[in-house]
Design a protein around this ligand. Structure first.
Ligand SMILES: Nc1ncnc2c1ncn2[C@@H]1O[C@H](COP(=O)(O)OP(=O)(O)OC[C@H]2O[C@@H]([n+]3cccc(C(=O)O)c3)[C@H](O)[C@@H]2O)[C@@H](O)[C@H]1O
Ligand SMILES: Nc1ncnc2c1ncn2[C@@H]1O[C@H](COP(=O)(O)OP(=O)(O)OP(=O)(O)O)[C@@H](O)[C@H]1O
Ligand SMILES: NC(=O)CC[C@H](N)C(=O)O
Length: 715
C-alpha cells in the first residue's frame, strides 16, 4: 500500500457563531483536499464552538448544529474525503458530546465521548452524559433535515471503529487521551491503526509538555498514527485554546501546527507509510495481548485512504513526508505570556467590535506588562498583515475606521498601536516624576496614544464634599490622621482613576474624530488578587484583564524577556524600580513600599499563591510545607506568623474577588472566575482553631534557621 496523507486542524471557532464556524470548517476541508488528504480531523464540538457552556443545554444549539452539518454534508467540498466533525447530539433524550464521521454525503458513525472533562475549567458533566457502553453501539434515528441529504434513516451510534479498505480508524475525544485507560489502547490492540483526537484544550503556562508527552506515549508502546486537532483562539470566555495540531507516528511527533496564531484556519499535514505502524507492532508480547483483545464493531466502507500502490509522493507533498528528525517546538513561559494573552486580546477586540484598548498606565510592573502584551498583539497583527492575511487586515481596517477598500495595511506595530491603543497616566500630588516619566517613555516606545493628566482637582473635590457634609476633614497618617482616614484617602484616589478611565475610554475615539469606544484593560495580577492587595473598584475593575491569572514572578521574567525580544531598553527601568502605589504623601522619613505595606515580599507572596492555588493548601498544610521549604532561613515561629498573615489577608479580602475583572486564564487557577473558585467571601478571618494549631506546632518544632546561617558563616 502507498503513502497516506493525513491532516489535523486548528480552527478559531467562536461559541454560537454557527455561520463563521461553518465557513472555517469548510475552509479546512478544502485545504485538506488540496493537499491530497482523504481524512480530515477537526476540533471538539467545532460546529457550535467548544465554549458554549450552558448553551449546550438549549435545544437551539443542537438544532443549529444539525443545520450546519446538513450544509457540510451537501457541499461539494466535503465529498471524496472522510471528515470527523464535532457537535452535540441528543440520543434517546440524552445529550452527548459527539464526533460525526461523514463520507460522500453519508454518516458512517456517531461516536459519543466516553470520558468527560470535568475538572478546573471543564464542566462537561453539567451539559453532557458520557457514553457508558464500551464497545457497544445502537441505532440513532436521524433528524429529517439530515435524512433528506444522506437518505439514511438511522446510523450507528456508539463505541465502534471505521474499517476502510486499507486501514482502520478509531476516534478519541480530548480528555480520553488524558485518562489512564484511554480508548486508544484497546482499539489499538484490536487492529485500529489511525487514531483521531478532537480536542477543546485550553492554554495554561507550561501545559504543552503534558499534551505532547501523552500523544507520544499513546503511540510509542502501541504503535499507530495519532492525529490531534484542537480549537485555537478566544471563543468567548477567559480561555485561550492553544491549537498546536499535531501528527504522531509510533511515539514520535512528525508534524506540529502553531500554538499561538491569528490564523482562523490552520491545517497540519504529514504523509505517512502505514507499513511503519505494522512493522512497529510486530512484537511477540504485543501480539499476545492483541490476540486476546476484545473486539470492536467495525463500520465497513469500501473507500481507501491510500492509493493502493507504491508511488513516490509528488513534489508538493514530498515536503510533508514524515521526517525522522522533526523536533517539537516549545515556547518558554515568557514567550507564552507574550503570545497567548496577545492572541486572546486580538480575538476579543475584533469580536467585540470595539475600537481599541484603554490602559491606566502607572509606571509600575503590572500595567507595564499589560502594555507590553498589547504591543505583542500589535506585532502579531503587523506580521500577519505583512504576510497578506486578509482577515486580519479587514478586521484592522474596521476597528481603525478605515473603509473596507482602503489601502491601509497595519504593517508597523507602533503605527498601529497609535490608532487602537490608548494609555493614561493619572497623577496626583503623591505621584513621582520617575513613574510619570517611565509611563511616558513606555507609551512612546509602544506608540500608544498617551494622555498624561493630573487629577488632584477631582480628588480634592471629593475630599471637600466629604468635609462639607460631615464637618470632618480626613488626613493622611503623616499629617496626623488615623489608619482609617489614611486608607480612605488612598482608596479614593485609586477608585477615582477607575471612573476617569471609563470616561476617557468612552470618549477618546470621539476626541480623535472617530466613532465607537474603547475597552478598559485591568492589570491586577493573580498574587495581589489572592492577597487582596488592591482597592475594590479601582483600576482592578475593568473590562478584561490579560494578566489576572499570571504571578508577579512570571510577569517580571516576561518584562526582562521583553528587553531584548522587543528591543525595548526602557523595560529595564521598570524591573529596577521599587514597587509603590504612590497613594500617600512621601516625606523624608516616610517612603511607602508595597512589600513593607503587605508585610511580605512579592516572592513570598508568589509562593503562598502557588501553595494556595495549585497545591490547594489550607493554613496548616501550608505551614508544614513551608517549614520544609523555608526552614533553613526562617524559624518555624517566623513562618507561622507569615502564613497566618497571608491567610488573614486572603480571607479578609476575599470579597474583592467577587468583583474582579474577567482575566485570561493562564494557570490552573483563575482568581476572578467565581464559577471556578467556589469559596465563601465572609470568613472567620482570624481562623482561631486553625491558627492555634499552627502556633502549638511551631512552638514545639526545633529552629534550624540559625544553625544554617551559622554553618554558612563558618564555611
Ligand atoms: N466582608 C466584606 N464583604 C463585602 N465587602 C466588604 C467586606 N469587608 C469590607 N468590604 C467592603 O470593602 C471595602 C474595603 O475594601 P477596599 O476599598 O478595597 O479597601 P481596603 O482593603 O481597606 O484597602 C485597600 C488596600 O489595598 C492597598 N492598595 C491599594 C491600591 C493599590 C495598592 C498597590 O500598591 O497595589 C494597594 C491599600 O494600601 C490597602 O491596603 C469596605 O469599605 C467595604 O465596602
Ligand atoms: N498614576 C497612575 N496613573 C494611571 N494608572 C494608575 C496610576 N496608579 C495606578 N494606576 C492603575 O491602577 C492599577 C493598580 O495600581 P497599583 O498602584 O495598585 O499598582 P500595581 O497593582 O502594583 O500595578 P502597577 O505595577 O501597574 O503599578 C495599576 O495597574 C494601574 O492600571
Ligand atoms: N475538552 C477536554 O476534554 C479537555 C481536557 C484535557 N484535560 C485538556 O486540558 O486538554
Amino acid at each position: 500500500m502507498g503513502h497516506l496523507i493525513t491532516v489535523a486542524t486548528s480552527l478559531n471557532q467562536w461559541a454560537l457563531d454557527f455561520q463563521g464556524n461553518f465557513e472555517r470548517i469548510l475552509a479546512s476541508i478544502v485545504i485538506a483536499k488540496n493537499r491530497g488528504a482523504r481524512l480530515r480531523v477537526g476540533p471538539e464540538l467545532e460546529i457550535p464552538g467548544y465554549g458554549c457552556l450552558d448553551h449546550f443545554l438549549e435545544g437551539d444549539t443542537v438544532l443549529h448544529s444539525w443545520e450546519v452539518l446538513a450544509k457540510l454534508l451537501s457541499s461539494e467540498e466535503a465529498v471524496s474525503i472522510v471528515c470527523d466533525i464535532g457537535m452535540p447530539v441528543v440520543h434517546k433524550n440524552v445529550i452527548y458530546n459527539c464526533r460525526i464521521i461523514i463520507h460522500d454525503r453519508k454518516i458512517l458513525l456517531i461516536r459519543p465521548k466516553m470520558w468527560l472533562a470535568n475538572d478546573g475549567n471543564y464542566r462537561e458533566m453539567r451539559y453532557f452524559t458520557p457514553w457508558m457502553k464500551p464497545r457497544q453501539w445502537e441505532d440513532h434515528y436521524l433528524p429529517r433535515i439530515i435524512q433528506a441529504v444522506t437518505k439514511q434513516v438511522k446510523v450507528p451510534f456508539g463505541d465502534a471503529v471505521i474499517s476502510t479498505s486499507d486501514t482502520c480508524i478509531g476516534v478519541e475525544l480530548c480528555e480520553e487521551l488524558f485518562t489512564p485507560a484511554s480508548p486508544h489502547i484497546l482499539m489499538g490492540l484490536d487492529g485500529v491503526e489511525i487514531f483521531t483526537n478532537s480536542s477543546g484544550s485550553h492554554h495554561e503556562l507550561r501545559k504543552l509538555y503534558t499534551r505532547v508527552e501523552l500523544i507520544k506515549e499513546a503511540t510509542l508502546k502501541l504503535g499507530g498514527v495519532y492525529l490531534y486537532a484542537n480549537q485555537q483562539g478566544c471563543d468567548g470566555d477567559r480561555l485561550y485554546y492553544d491549537g498546536c495540531a499535531m501528527i504522531a507516528v509510533n511515539g514520535r511527533i512528525v508534524a506540529q501546527g502553531s500554538q499561538f496564531s491569528l490564523n482562523d484556519v490552520e491545517v497540519v499535514s504529514a504523509t505517512i507509510d502505514i507499513e511503519d505502524v505494522r512493522a512497529h507492532r510486530s512484537k511477540a508480547s504485543r501480539s499476545m495481548q492483541a490476540a486476546g483483545a476484545e473486539r470492536y464493531h467495525r463500520i465497513e466502507t469500501s473507500f481507501a485512504l491510500s492509493s493502493g500502490k507504491f508511488e513516490i509522493p509528488g513534489d508538493d507533498t514530498l515536503a510533508l513526508v514524515e521526517r525522522k528528525d522533526f523536533e517539537v517546538r516549545y515556547h518558554r513561559p515568557e514567550e507564552e505570556i507574550a503570545l497567548g494573552p496577545a492572541c486572546w486580546l486580538w480575538d476579543y477586540l475584533r469580536r467585540s467590535r470595539t475600537q481599541g484598548y484603554f490602559l491606566p498606565l502607572s509606571g509600575g510592573i503590572d500595567s507595564c506588562a499589560t502594555a507590553v502584551i498589547v504591543h505583542s498583539m500589535c506585532r502579531l497583527v503587523a506580521e500577519a498583515s505583512n504576510r497578506g492575511d486578509k482577515s486580519v487586515i479587514a478586521d484592522a481596517r474596521r476597528m481603525t475606521g478605515e473603509p473596507e477598500d482602503s489601502s491601509y495595511i497595519p504593517s508597523d506595530p507602533v503605527e498601529f498601536a497609535g490608532r487602537i491603543f490608548h494609555s493614561c497616566y493619572m497623577g496626583t500630588e503623591n505621584s513621582s516624576l520617575e513613574t510619570r516619566q517611565r509611563a511616558k517613555d513606555l507609551a512612546q516606545a509602544i506608540g500608544s496614544y498617551h494622555v498624561d493628566l493630573n487629577m488632584d482637582t477631582v480628588v480634592s473635590a471629593v475630599r471637600n464634599l466629604f468635609a462639607i457634609v460631615t464637618g470632618n476633614r480626613p488626613q493622611f497618617r503623616v499629617q496626623g490622621g488615623s489608619g482609617a482616614e489614611n486608607l480612605a484617602l488612598q482608596n479614593i484616589q485609586a477608585r477615582l482613576r477607575m471612573v476617569i478611565s471609563y470616561m476617557f475610554a468612552q470618549l477618546l475615539p470621539w476626541v480623535r474624530g472617530k466613532n465607537g469606544g474603547l475597552l478598559v484593560l485591568g492589570s491586577a495580577n493573580v498574587d495581589e488578587s489572592l492577597r487582596g492587595y488592591l482597592t475594590k473598584y479601582d483600576c482592578s475593575s475593568a473590562d478584561i484583564n490579560p494578566i489576572g491569572g499570571i504571578s508577579k514572578t512570571d510577569l517580571k521574567k516576561f518584562i526582562a524577556y521583553g528587553v531584548n525580544a522587543f528591543n525595548m531598553p526602557i523595560l529595564e527601568s521598570f524591573l529596577n524600580a521599587v514597587p509603590t502605589a504612590e497613594l500617600e504623601p512621601i516625606t523624608e522619613t516616610y517612603v511607602q513600599s508595597d512589600e513593607a505595606d503587605m508585610g511580605m515580599t512579592y516572592d513570598e507572596l508568589s509562593v503562598f499563591g502557588r501553595l494556595r492555588k495549585v497545591e490547594k493548601c489550607g493554613p496548616y498544610s501550608m505551614f508544614t510545607k513551608l517549614v520544609l521549604e523555608w526552614g533553613s532561613v526562617l524559624s518555624p515561629v517566623q513562618i507561622a506568623e507569615k502564613v497566618k498573615l497571608f491567610f488573614f489577608e486572603h480571607a479578609r479580602n476575599r470579597h474583592k474577588m467577587t468583583t474582579l475583572t474577567p482575566a485570561y486564564h493562564a494557570e490552573s487557577y483563575s482568581p476572578d472566575d467565581n464559577r471556578f473558585d467556589l469559596r465563601p467571601f465572609l470568613y472567620p478571618s482570624r481562623f482561631p482553631w486553625q491558627f492555634r494549631k499552627i502556633d502549638e506546632v511551631a512552638a514545639a518544632l526545633p529552629d534550624r534557621s540559625q544553625k544554617t546561617v551559622d554553618r554558612k558563616k563558618t564555611e
